[in-house]
Design a binder for this molecule. Structure first.
Ligand code: NAP
Length: 492
């Protein structure tokens, strides 16, 4: 397949290190597939530890000069980068749909979201203020600086191929850090396109490098990133299993780590909820990206009094969800990312059936498109013994649990090692506070399915991660405090 881009030079098939477009030392490449067709759309270099080390060393050379620039000059460049992404949004979205599968309009919305991080963090970096502290001794002055942590690395997943890299790179670059980033095997092209635009707006060589590799290369690239003493911080988004491994690897050189890991989001609907709001939210929280997001509603818990009406409306909604290739204008959801993703969704549905779940809609692959196109699926009778109640399904499957009391709802919702996002639907304000405070989650969406924004702190508790991305808290993760005690300031 040849993509009809307005600007074909955004389609890069080389890695980007120290301002150069490079191949692997071995000359080897790996294929990138269109998940809708299974066709190879690009071949990208298979880098390893040696190339990653060179990228890290370049990031070290570039860092002091980058940090020395005025915050407003870095901000201007990041603003230019955001503008360049928006100006090229059609092409960037096309590249994303081709490698990730999501419908083209949804990919375009992701490009805008991804660009917003450069704009917002560029502005915010102008406000990285220090502190003065009332001193315990008269001749002392105590001052705290907030300085860039230095060379950082990022590792990102395939489900948001543009926004995950920019959510990490934007705060890092804004405050004067440099970053070497490894995108996922399935979706390196969107990150490479951002690097192409970064180069065009004048981000200096070495400040932002992209190292590519396939699943076999990832441990070598990650091994270098986590063991190299030059690197002071790792920012990882992906599975909890890999996050734990990388955290362990970072212990050897005591790096700062931010981990945005898996979720198992409960979606609580109380008897007094506005059904229209709850259904509109299911459309976003369940069907966006075909259910392949870390904040996808994974356990839909509905109180008895509203259960049947809710289920009827979810079935109605799900019938309007059209599964088709992402370039088909009628598509509302595209394919799942690959065969293992399909196998997981199919396994969860089969498990639900054997445990007495009633499949009211879907439950299988699309008859015409086949492959990884899974039908919007609604299943009732769910409980916490089901596999899908304990693992992220990452597919367009709505499994409805029934609960009786508020206490039950909170207990079930918290019955998981994860704690990323939770959704809450009720019109009772006292309940919003009680339940909101009782849920062990980093983010609570109240009467909405939409929660992500550059301005807000995104992140989880428990095994969903450490740290926050977005908001002023996202900037903190790329800063170190430096306390300076000045003595000898005596009266004349
Ligand atoms: P994954 O398997 O953990 O992969 C994520 C990234 O880690 C990829 O770039 C992968 O490289 C890399 N990786 C894998 N093994 C590695 C190793 N040993 N050393 C270094 N890097 C390694 O996760 P995924 O399946 O791509 O993504 C889905 C997961 O991400 C879900 O659990 C989802 O909830 C989570 N997620 C979380 C957030 C959040 O903000 N909390 C956002 C989006 C997604 P390769 O691709 O080359 O294997």
């Amino acid at each position: 397949m040849t993509l009809q881009l307005n600007d074909s030079s955004l389609f890069r098939q080389q890695a980007y290190i120290d301002g150069q477009w490079v191949d692997a030392d071995s000359g080897e490449t790996f294929p990138v597939y269109d998940p809708a067709t299974g066709e190879v759309i690009a071949n990208v270099p298979r880098l390893g530890a040696a190339e990653t080390r060179r990228a890290i060393e370049a990031a070290e050379r570039a860092q002091a000069g980058w940090a020395k620039l005025l915050a407003k000059d870095r901000a201007r460049m990041l603003r230019d980068l955001a503008d360049a992404m928006l100006a090229n949004a059609d092409d960037l979205a096309m590249i994303m749909t081709a490698e990730q599968g999501k419908p083209w309009p949804e990919a375009k919305a992701e490009v805008a979201y991804a660009a917003s991080f450069f704009e917002w963090f560029g502005e915010e970096a102008k406000r990285v203020y220090g502190e003065t502290i009332p001193a315990p001794m008269g001749e002392r002055r105590l001052v705290v600086l907030r300085q860039p942590i230095g060379v950082t690395v990022g590792i990102t997943p395939w489900n948001f191929p543009s926004a995950m890299p920019t959510r990490k790179a934007a705060p890092a670059l804004a405050v004067g850090c440099t970053m070497v980033l490894k995108p996922a095997e399935q979706t390196p092209l969107s990150a490479l396109a951002v690097a192409e635009l970064a180069e065009r707006v004048g981000i200096p060589a070495g400040v932002f490098s992209i190292v590519t590799g396939d699943a076999e290369d990832a441990p070598k690239i990650g091994g270098e990133m986590t063991s190299n003493p030059i690197v002071r911080k790792l920012s990882f988004t992906g599975s909890t299993q890999v996050g734990k491994l990388l955290m362990e690897q970072c212990a050897g050189t005591v790096k700062k780590v931010s981990l945005e890991l898996g979720g198992n989001a409960p979606f609580l609907v109380f008897d007094d909820a506005d059904l229209d709001d709850a259904i509109a939210a299911i459309n976003v929280a369940k069907y966006r990206n075909a259910g392949q997001t870390c904040i996808s509603a994974n356990r839909v818990l509905v109180q008895s009094g509203i259960h049947d009406a809710f289920v009827e409306r979810v079935v109605e909604l799900s019938k309007t969800v059209n599964v088709a290739p992402g370039f088909d204008p009628s598509a509302t959801i595209g394919p799942l990312i690959d065969d293992p993703a399909l196998e997981k969704v199919a396994r969860h549905v089969a498990d639900a059936k054997t445990r007495g779940g009633e499949v009211l809609l879907g439950g299988d692959v699309h008859a015409e498109h086949g492959r990884t196109f899974f039908l919007p699926t609604v299943i009732t009778g769910a409980d916490m013994s089901w596999e899908m109640s304990n693992e992220e399904t990452f597919g367009p499957v709505t499994a409805v649990h029934r609960f009786e009391s508020e206490a039950d709802a909170v207990r079930i919702a918290n019955d998981t090692p994860f704690g990323l996002a939770a959704y809450l639907f009720t019109r009772d304000h006292a309940r919003i506070w009680r339940v909101g405070e009782g849920l062990d989650y980093g983010m609570i969406a109240i009467n909405t399915g939409f929660i992500s924004a550059a301005e807000a702190p995104f992140g989880g508790v428990k095994e969903s991660g450490i740290g926050r991305e977005g908001s002023q808290h996202g900037i903190e993760d790329f800063l170190e405090l430096k306390y300076m005690a000045w003595a000898g300031i005596r009266d004349e």
